[in-house]
Design a protein around this ligand. Structure first.
Ligand SMILES: [Zn+2]
Ligand SMILES: [Zn+2]
Length: 141
């Protein structure tokens, strides 16, 4: 896989990564806040190979469902949500598909936190849905 690149709307923050574990759609309430109302479409980018190439994102810290600290990186100037920062035991950071320069090649492989999905959220047919976090972590693709 060659480098995947992305950045915020104003161009102040840029990043890249070169390995990912697939794509998911999160309906948790925190993601609904971060997305502006919809579920959050993310690609799981391996931390090994993920790099901020320009600028510096601001990070909002909160407690995830598990009680662990979760950081949400965004551009302090334009507000674009960029990626989440997971604990040391997790090998990937979820990166917002909307932050990528080209997200057209991704296909969501699962929906998670569907317990808090809104009735008007659309869900893809034929892919797994989990009421909370998937028990065995995200599937490889
Ligand atoms: Zn920006
Ligand atoms: Zn979420």
């Amino acid at each position: 896989m060659s480098d995947v690149t992305g950045g915020c709307a104003c161009g102040k923050v840029r990043f890249k990564f070169n390995k990912a574990m697939g794509c998911g759609v999160c309906h948790c309430l925190d993601c609904q806040k971060a997305s502006g109302g919809g579920p959050n479409y993310v690609v799981l980018a391996l931390k090994d190979g993920f790099e901020v190439t320009k600028g510096e994102a601001r990070v909002y810290m909160s407690k995830g469902d598990s009680g662990a600290d979760v950081g949400r990186a965004f551009c302090a100037d334009c507000g674009t949500p960029l990626w989440s920062i997971t604990g040391a035991a997790t090998p990937f950071n979820p990166v917002k598909l909307g932050a990528l320069d080209d997200s057209s090649g991704y296909r969501p492989a699962l929906h998670l936190y569907t317990d808090s999905a809104q009735p008007w959220h659309l869900m893809h047919e034929g892919i797994p849905r989990f009421p909370k976090m998937p028990p065995a972590g995200p599937p490889p693709t």
